[in-house]
Write a protein that binds this ligand. Structure first.
Ligand code: ATP
Ligand code: MG
Length: 429
């Protein structure tokens, strides 16, 4: 195939074999979020570039080198969204739904775009489900976000494979004081730092803490610790969160180097990580961003949220073999009809069945074919039962009812008794 007819590198098709798992995952999360009282918000995939620069921060990896930015026909600079929080904040501001202190508990799902080096668990188009809560500033809501993800891991059967890492970044004042101390310490050891970290020392020094470079990590052993700079308010908030997680029986580890890639976080930050996926081990990440709404032109409004990477969680479900068998059955019943008259009767009968049994997964043979070939298709469809309509059945107003998975013999069922017979058969199967 010529190159122009292939999908863009790092952007994947999700084929029919895989969509049942995606839908299972998505509906599990959506159902859970419903039960906790979160409501979905849908925002456009494209926004003004300025939105991401102002919210995520000019000197972050995302804005510096990962965004898909282009000029549209009006000459406006637009960007495919690299994450979901910025648009959420824009939307609540634009529609005034947080302005007088109203609490909003929101969630979103959708594609995100970042120009990164594609590899297992890291793509250029990827999918996230995220949650954002506005106007609740206590540790109770931070705890709720973590508790509900913990419940999700339980529902999905992956609890044993994930670990919660937790940190507090403090208020922005506390962080500024810490930043000064860190810069002073690292500036005296500049030549021992890797190139990226040297550059970040000016632009975004906190990010040096999660540098992957071994030498830089050695230097950091003796560096000032963020926890020693925490303000009283943040410390109390963090203690409140830890107490709640302990009460809920959720294990966690404190990772004082966890700073997150985005500029806007304050106080709580957390990541759910796994060692089962190689180096792309963070499956869900989030934190508090109390200053962001104001920074984007709104009234002071606290915020806290997280986003999970769907591709990584799907990979984890597959790796741990936690894909429920039941999600793959696409067909319950396959109807075979032989000849024009039988096809007409079969169509009428199948629509009657759909009226009576709206959830029945009924596949009607299309494209004709011999007895043998239709039967082969019925078998391949993985249906539990085949319905057979030929001249004899037509004359007697019955269908041949044939179990395909070895539960009993073929028998004739009258048309008007078919729905009930199917129900009873599925109850037994
Ligand atoms: P990483 O450190 O892995 O680059 P990040 O800090 O950039 O992650 P966030 O912006 O916090 O990631 O996004 C939340 C989650 O979305 C991540 O924890 C991950 O599961 C997923 N994610 C982020 N970038 C990608 C990507 N390029 N491909 C697939 N999933 C991603
Ligand atoms: Mg990243």
């Amino acid at each position: 195939m010529s190159k122009s007819l292939q999908a863009i590198r790092g952007m994947n098709d999700i084929l029919p074999e895989q969509t049942p798992l995606w839908r299972y995952f998505e509906s599990t999360v959506a159902g859970l979020l419903d039960t906790y009282g979160y409501r979905q918000i849908r925002t456009p995939i494209v926004e003004f570039t300025e939105l991401f620069k102002r919210s995520i921060g000019e000197v972050t990896d995302i804005v510096e080198k990962e965004m898909y930015t282009f000029e549209d026909r009006n000459g406006d600079s637009l960007t495919l969204r690299p994450e979901g929080t910025a648009a959420c904040v824009r939307a609540v501001l634009e529609h005034g739904i947080t302005g007088s202190g109203q609490v909003q508990k929101l969630w979103y799902i959708g594609q995100m775009f970042r120009h990164e080096r594609p590899q297992k668990g890291r793509y250029r188009q990827f999918n996230q489900i995220g949650v954002e809560v506005f106007n609740l500033d206590g540790p109770d809501i931070d705890a709720e976000l973590i508790v509900l993800t913990w419940r999700l891991w339980g529902l999905l059967g992956i609890r044993d494979a994930v670990t919660l890492e937790l940190n507090s970044l403090g208020t922005s004042e506390a962080r500024a004081r810490y930043r000064d101390a860190l810069v002073e310490f690292l500036s005296a050891r500049l030549e021992q730092l890797d190139e990226d970290s040297q550059r970040r020392l000016k632009s975004n020094p906190l990010r040096i803490l999660d540098s992957k470079d071994a030498n830089t990590q050695k230097v950091l052993v003796g560096a000032p610790k963020l926890e020693d700079y925490l303000d009283e308010e943040s410390r109390l908030h963090f203690d409140g969160l830890k107490a709640r997680l302990e009460a809920a029986g959720i294990p966690f580890v404190i990772n004082t180097k966890l700073v997150r890639g985005l500029d806007y976080y304050s106080k709580t930050v957390f990541e759910w990580v796994t060692d089962k996926l190689g180096s792309q081990g963070t499956v869900c990440a989030g934190g508090r961003y109390d200053g962001l709404v104001e920074q984007m032109g709104g009234k002071p409004t606290t915020g806290v949220g997280f986003a999970m990477g769907i591709e990584r969680l799907i990979l984890l479900l597959e790796t741990l073999e936690q894909v429920p068998e039941s999600i793959h059955r696409q067909v319950d019943v396959y109807l075979c009809a032989f000849g024009e008259q039988a096809e007409l009767a079969g169509l009428a009968l199948s629509e009657q069945l759909r009226d009576r049994l709206p959830n029945l997964r009924l596949q009607v043979n299309a494209g004709g074919g011999s007895f043998k070939s239709q039967f082969k298709k019925a078998d391949k469809s993985a249906a539990l039962f085949a319905l057979i309509l030929g001249d004899d059945e037509l004359a007697q107003q019955v269908v041949g009812f044939k179990p395909l998975r070895g539960q009993g013999e073929q028998q004739n069922i009258a048309w008007d008794a078919l729905a009930e017979h199917l129900e009873a058969s599925f109850a037994q199967a």
